[in-house]
Design a protein around this ligand. Structure first.
Ligand SMILES: Nc1nc2c(ncn2[C@@H]2O[C@H](COP(=O)(O)OP(=O)(O)OP(=O)(O)O)[C@@H](O)[C@H]2O)c(=O)[nH]1
Ligand SMILES: [Mg+2]
Ligand SMILES: [Zn+2]
Length: 358
């Protein structure tokens, strides 16, 4: 496959600067664990060199979307050896499920993540905020897809968009139906030649169905939703595909949990409404616990700020801080001051959030 149709352009300098005439560039299509499927090189499969296996930290291990430099064998069916991973332009990282904060790179070198929700269920602003914070830190852009709009009335859709809009902070929201094809062209228009997009979201929202609609084939396996509900995932691995019109897609298995591993400013970017108001508190170190002149209290009081959203912000900030602390206690102490300034107190929530009043 032609390198440019895989999005090689911005990586060619990094590859050249390796000055390794024995290696060729390739892109990771699928991470199979010990091996990788690759494209763009005279090889289909590759594994890490012994040295990389030894030296790479788990978060630096190549994964879907990564560009690598590899030594192909004499025949394309031979296993190629990866000798270098080119620096990532973007990487979406989550705390792997069931671990104590080990980062898992979901996909590398993605320009835009489509966070897919479905119009009939699963459209949860809190979950969206979580994804958007991680995507903001990844370096990629984010867009929202409300899929399955064929299953809801127009006024329901309008209400849903209104409910999600505060969480999206001006980012694009696509209403679409993989079943009828409505809205698919607008998504396709965001997938420019040579650019990589990825679809993330809960299982069963229709990520693979959208990918199939874009590819105009039934390439990706799709499962009825009740099968998904039993814990089955139709898509079992992350995989990169090329659109006939140019543009690169990555389909991912549904993620039930998306734990944050850090905050490089992604949270702040996603919650400028909260932070802009907190900046007006009379005291710079305001804990928003009923201090005089607290702008957050006032905004919660008059409804300018949504209690659930402020609480979500605080929860995500604490979660990111805790994950950072487990990995890097020194960094965490430094960041603590930041959390303190944006902390909205338990008491404040108890006052406003009926769910928390026991
Ligand atoms: N009515 C309707 N059903 C849809 C639409 N898109 C997907 N579905 C159905 O929803 C179910 C799940 O679709 P998938 O594409 O497998 O969902 P997924 O997000 O890829 O799920 P995982 O791979 O498990 O993460 C299937 O039965 C699809 O046919 C849509 O726009 N409208
Ligand atoms: Mg799928
Ligand atoms: Zn305050």
């Amino acid at each position: 496959m032609h390198l440019d149709s895989l999005g090689y352009g911005p990586f060619s300098d990094a590859f050249r600067s390796l000055s390794r005439a024995d290696l060729v560039p390739a892109r990771i299509v699928t991470d199979l664990g010990a091996q990788f499927e690759v494209a763009g090189a005279p090889a289909h499969r590759a594994e890490l060199s012994g040295r990389l296996l030894h030296e790479l930290a788990p978060g630096d291990r190549p994964t879907v979307g990564d560009w690598v430099a590899l030594a192909p064998g004499p025949h394309p069916d031979d296993l190629a050896i990866v000798h270098a991973v080119l620096p990532r332009r973007t990487a979406l990282v989550r705390r792997a499920a069931g671990t104590r904060g080990e980062p898992q790179v979901i996909a590398a070198n993605v320009e835009t993540f489509f966070v897919v929700t479905s119009a009939n269920r699963d459209a949860n602003p809190r979950r969206l905020e979580r994804y958007l914070a991680a995507i903001a830190d990844s370096g990629a852009a984010a867009a929202i897809v409300i899929n399955k709009i064929d299953l809801c009335a127009r006024d329901e859709l309008a209400a849903l968009i209104a409910r999600l809009t505060p969480s999206v902070r001006g980012g694009p929201i696509h209403a679409a139906s993989a079943a009828t094809g409505e809205g698919i062209d607008a998504i396709r228009a965001r997938v420019l030649p040579g650019q990589t997009v990825a679809f993330v979201g809960m299982s069963g929202v229709g990520k693979s169905s959208i990918v199939n609609a874009l590819l105009e084939t039934e390439r990706q396996v799709v499962l009825p939703i009740d099968e998904n509900a039993r814990g089955r995932h139709a898509t079992t691995r992350r995989e990169l595909m090329v659109l006939p019109g140019g543009g690169i897609l990555i389909d991912t298995p549904g993620m039930r949990s998306f734990g944050l591993t850090e905050d490089d400013g992604g949270l702040a970017a996603g919650f400028t409404d909260v932070l802009d108001i907190a900046a007006h508190c009379r005291f710079g170190d305001c804990r928003h616990e009923g201090e005089p002149g607290c702008a957050v209290d006032a905004a919660l009081e008059d409804g300018t700020l949504d209690v659930a959203r402020v609480a979500a912000f605080e929860k995500l900030a604490r979660e990111a801080a805790a994950a950072e602390a487990r990995r890097d206690p020194v960094l965490a102490t430094r960041n603590k001051r930041r959390w303190k300034a944006i902390n909205v107190a338990q008491r404040q929530r108890a006052k406003h959030d009926p769910k928390r009043q026991r």
